[in-house]
Design a protein around this ligand. Structure first.
Ligand code: FAD
Ligand code: FES
Length: 251
């Protein structure tokens, strides 16, 4: 599961968003949309822990994978400094990934960097609609537009597309049978409400801090409802994709 992968490209898309493409034929053979890679950015003591980053595109023709990441702290800043030709230590593919409902009417809903895992999903679904929300800078819109039936954009400042939140753009969620979403907790909570009210099937990809990434340390526990009770599941191995109805956001 652990691979040293050559960096084919690592470039800035906008402000603090980067795309890294790595050569990893073994991972490509196994990977499905919604899974993630656990990356040891450097051999040095710091940063010690691996960083979980979603698989954004699986390029089966070239045996490579694209990762879209936001520079927010030590690990991702180090990642952005890596150059073409260098190697990174990658574990994966990890996690359960999305179940595909190709025959049904589907939409993907993403907020900010949460759109990253939805691109490969949109490519696999074919003919889904995409609702993408950003604060101000947009990225990967053309890639979604090239594979989706309709792509709707919202920005919080109104600089591109509709002004407001991505969920405000969805006027009639009942035109879909299945919704897939990834993004900030508040967005996922709203998507869950919208789908719950209209009995639309909904799958969400959630984020938790991670240690091992393989189910051994319990750092990534997430509260799951089952009937009137609840228990914890591990985001790294039971997720990161869950049915929205089972995730308890009120924790
Ligand atoms: C399943 C999964 C998929 C993800 N996919 C992507 C992706 O495609 N692109 C992307 O930009 N980000 C993604 N993230 C978030 C990404 O893992 C964090 O932004 C990253 O670990 C931050 O590391 P850092 O060292 O730069 O930040 P720091 O804040 O310095 O990190 C300190 C510690 O907190 C953890 N951490 C910080 N923020 C998060 C977070 N949001 N989620 C989980 N752990 C966090 C770090 O892993 C590290 O252990 C994903 C997270 C998960 C759980
Ligand atoms: S990160 Fe260790 S159990 Fe999930």
């Amino acid at each position: 599961m652990q691979h040293m992968c050559k960096i084919i490209d690592n470039r800035k898309l906008c402000s603090d968003i980067f795309e890294m493409r790595i050569e990893c034929p073994e991972i490509v053979r196994e990977a499905i949309p919604g899974q993630f890679l656990h990356i040891r950015v450097k051999k040095a003591v710091e940063p010690l822990l691996r960083r979980p980053i979603s698989i954004s595109r699986i390029h089966r023709d070239t045996g490579s994978i694209s990762l879209i990441y936001q520079c927010i702290g030590k690990g991702t800043i180090e990642m952005a400094a890596l150059k073409q030709g260098e190697y990174i230590d990658v574990m994966g593919p990890l996690g359960n990934g999305f179940s595909l409902f190709n025959e049904e009417r589907c939409a993907v809903i993403g907020g900010g960097i949460g759109i990253a895992p939805l691109l490969e999903l949109a490519c696999s679904l074919k003919n889904c609609d995409a609702y993408l929300g950003f604060r101000h800078d947009t990225f990967m819109v053309d890639e979604f537009a090239s594979v989706c039936k309709e792509t709707c954009i919202a920005t919080e400042d109104g600089s591109v597309g509709s002004k407001g939140y991505v969920t405000d753009m969805i006027k009639d969620i009942t035109k879909y049978d299945v919704i897939y979403a990834c993004g900030p907790k508040a967005m996922l909570k709203r998507v869950k409400e919208l789908c719950g009210e209209s009995h639309v099937k909904c799958f969400i990809s959630v984020e938790e801090r991670m240690g091992c990434g393989i189910g051994a340390c319990l750092v990534c526990a997430c509260k799951i409802k089952e009937g009137d009770t609840w228990h914890y599941k591990k985001v790294c191995t039971d997720g990161p994709v869950f049915a929205a109805e089972e995730v308890d956001f009120d924790d």
